[in-house]
Write a protein that binds this ligand. Structure first.
Ligand code: PLP
Length: 357
């Protein structure tokens, strides 16, 4: 990124300065492609996961010309940028149910695929609230047998578990840099080999092979490439270490009466713990943890000052007050044993007052 800051060239320019910038962009493209087993030609840089999802979810995604997807099926636990359906009209979008375990209900999806026109299906690789790893390989087989295409939002899973676009069976994959320690505001759509995403979101210069017009964010892209390379290099030891820390954290949390660790019956990312305790108010807990120097998230989304319960927890069957008390703890490369102990100590201290209040 520092090298990119110093470059004045535009990657579309043919002079030497332009070619230097182009080299940084193409090195990053190769790094992202390597990380997901794709061809660099199939990586389209965007301004992040949200734009990548908007670009991917298009009726124009298809193999060959003249093909159009007439409907979109999303799982009920997708990120808002997928739930909103990209460029599909409202009536062309339907949501597939998830089980209380946190995984998509495969029989329900099978039923949805059996009726109606060929769909584009969108299923995340791992959920951003619970960390639950979805059965993408099975879903890809079902979707392809029905003649459809599969988009996988891998924003949360990328860099935390091995990922190969061909082995997953995904046709389009969304990535975002900031979830792997890269800069905010840069992401990518990665396409499977024979797939063409024919409808750009907007028109302009021919950047990104006409799939995403506009001068590339060279600094951000360079950072994304570097972060992907670092994440891939340390993926296995990091995942093992984080899993150990998470297990310790959850063992400590389970000492509290009424503690529910969400989606703990299924495979989850090594760094994500979402917990619920009857009587707990997530917003109060977030502030109390913050005062102890510990950054946690609530499982509920806050918009215009109004706290809404999480659609993910609702889809899993956690209703009302319980869903409003979800606290998410995310571990990262810098988290240590001492941090886990400090977090558990803070929880033991806060628990009594939080539950009383
Ligand atoms: N998809 C998932 C699963 C996410 O968790 C997020 C961000 O939190 C996004 C998409 C959006 O990515 P970005 O913030 O890069 O727009």
């Amino acid at each position: 990124m520092t090298a990119a800051w110093d470059l004045i060239g535009n990657p579309s320019s043919v002079h030497a300065e332009g070619r230097q910038a182009r080299r940084l962009v193409e090195d990053a493209r190769s790094s992202i492609a390597r990380a997901v087993g794709a061809s660099p030609a199939n990586v389209v840089f965007t301004s992040g996961g949200t734009e990548a999802n908007a670009l991917a979810l298009s009726p124009g995604a298809g193999r060959g010309s003249g093909f159009a997807m007439q409907r979109l099926v999303v799982s009920a636990i997708e990120h808002a940028s997928v739930m909103s359906g990209g460029r599909f009209t409202r009536d062309a979008i339907s949501a597939a149910a998830v089980d209380p375990s946190g995984l998509i209900n495969l029989e329900g999806l099978r039923g949805m695929l059996a009726v109606g026109p060929t769909p584009l299906v969108s299923l995340m690789l791992a959920n951003n609230e619970t960390g639950a790893v979805q059965p993408v390989v099975e879903v890809a087989a079902m979707v392809h047998a029905a003649g459809g295409l599969l988009h996988v939002d891998a924003v949360q899973a990328f860099g935390k578990m091995p990922m190969d676009i061909t082995r997953l069976g995904a046709d389009l994959v969304t990535l975002s840099a900031h979830k792997i320690g890269g800069p905010k505001g840069v992401g990518a759509v990665v396409l499977a080999d024979p797939l063409s995403a024919r409808e750009p979101l907007w028109y302009g210069g021919g950047q990104e092979k006409g799939r995403r017009a506009g001068t590339e964010n060279v600094v951000g892209i360079a950072g994304f490439g570097a972060a992907a390379a670092a994440a891939m290099r340390d993926l296995e030891p990091d995942a093992k270490r984080l899993r150990g820390l998470k297990d310790r954290l959850e063992t400590g949390l389970r000492e509290s009466p009424g503690m529910v660790i969400v989606a703990d019956r299924v495979a989850r990312l090594p760094n994500t713990t979402l917990f619920l305790v009857p009587g707990l108010k997530a917003e109060t807990a977030v502030i109390a943890f913050d005062l102890e120097g510990i950054a946690v998230s609530s499982g509920s989304a806050c918009s215009s000052g109004k706290v809404q319960s999480s659609h993910v927890l609702e889809a899993m069957g956690f209703g009302g007050a319980l869903a409003q008390g979800a606290v998410r703890l995310s571990l990262g490369w810098s988290t240590t044993d001492a941090d886990i102990e400090r977090c558990l100590e803070a929880w033991r201290k806060l628990r009594v007052s939080l539950l009383r209040g």
